[in-house]
Ligand binder design. Structure first.
Ligand SMILES: [Zn+2]
Length: 258
């Protein structure tokens, strides 16, 4: 279990919580000695300032989705609980990227937030009952009142259907993750543009964002994966669902085979 997940479980068990989906996180923060403010911020989603007597957490009121606000607050509570000795002031810009960085405080805070909002056992219990797809991710985001991005990463870890995640910024692939083991070899596109025929490229080149109904887009296996010599790239039913954050010019491609 990761340190962040462990810390969240510990906090929950100390307070006898099993599911926080109906509890305002402001209460948890104030129980831990922090005051939560919501106000417009220009370059951050959240911030924490550790004072001698008081700790202040600020969440950007311009964040469009309540689930993302809640995830941001849970992330700051993670810093509050785990990182007091590491910094006095900390600003969070796009926390998505940090999922891919191993072993730093941002990963820990994200893992903490994910477990706090989506306890592993409950997450598995609910998600295992449904077929994988964008609708399931949206359903889980609504259920757990968190961001769709955080659900995608949590599903990557704990979901029963294997999925790959590729994070691109400004038309460059920054990081990718695939299950291990996995039957297909991912092309190494790190620091390159996403493949021409990917949904991510469609967004970066034309600004196209698919509606909810169309968000599951068919792609070829060869779009993101190496083909072995016996295969024909039309053989496989792969799909890509792109989670776009226009404000940061990022695309998180969720890629899977049915
Ligand atoms: Zn942070």
């Amino acid at each position: 279990m990761s340190p962040g997940q462990f810390a969240a479980k510990k906090l929950m068990s100390e307070h006898g919580f099993t599911d926080l989906s109906d509890i305002p996180l402001e209460l948890i923060a104030s129980g831990l000695g922090a005051t939560v403010l919501e106000k417009p911020m220009s370059n951050s989603d959240g911030r924490i300032v550790f004072g001698k007597r008081k700790t202040i957490i600020t969440v950007n009121s311009n964040i469009e989705y309540e689930g993302k606000k809640r995830f941001t607050l849970a992330h700051e509570i993670g810093h509050l609980r785990m990182h007091r000795q590491h910094f006095l002031l900390h600003n969070d810009t796009d926390a998505t990227l940090e999922y891919f960085r191993k072993g730093n405080q941002e990963t820990e805070a994200n893992e903490f937030a994910s477990e706090l909002l989506m306890p592993e056992a409950l997450f598995k219990e609910i998600s295992d009952d449904y077929e994988f797809g964008p609708e399931l991710l949206r359903y889980l985001a609504d259920y757990f009142k968190t961001s769709i991005t955080s659900v995608a990463y949590h599903y990557f870890k704990f979901g029963h259907h294997p999925i790959c995640l590729i994070y691109s910024y400004a038309n460059k692939v920054k990081y990718w993750m695939r299950p291990d083991p996995y039957d297909h070899y991912m092309k190494n596109t790190t620091n390159l543009s996403p493949p021409e025929d990917s949904v991510a490229t469609e967004y970066f080149k034309t600004g196209k964002i698919y509606s909810k109904k169309e968000s599951k887009q068919p792609i070829w296996k060869s779009t993101w994966f190496e083909l072995n010599s016996l295969e024909n790239d039309n053989d496989f039913n792969f799909y890509e669902y792109c989670i776009i954050t226009q404000k940061y010019n990022t695309a998180l491609s969720v890629v899977w085979e049915e």
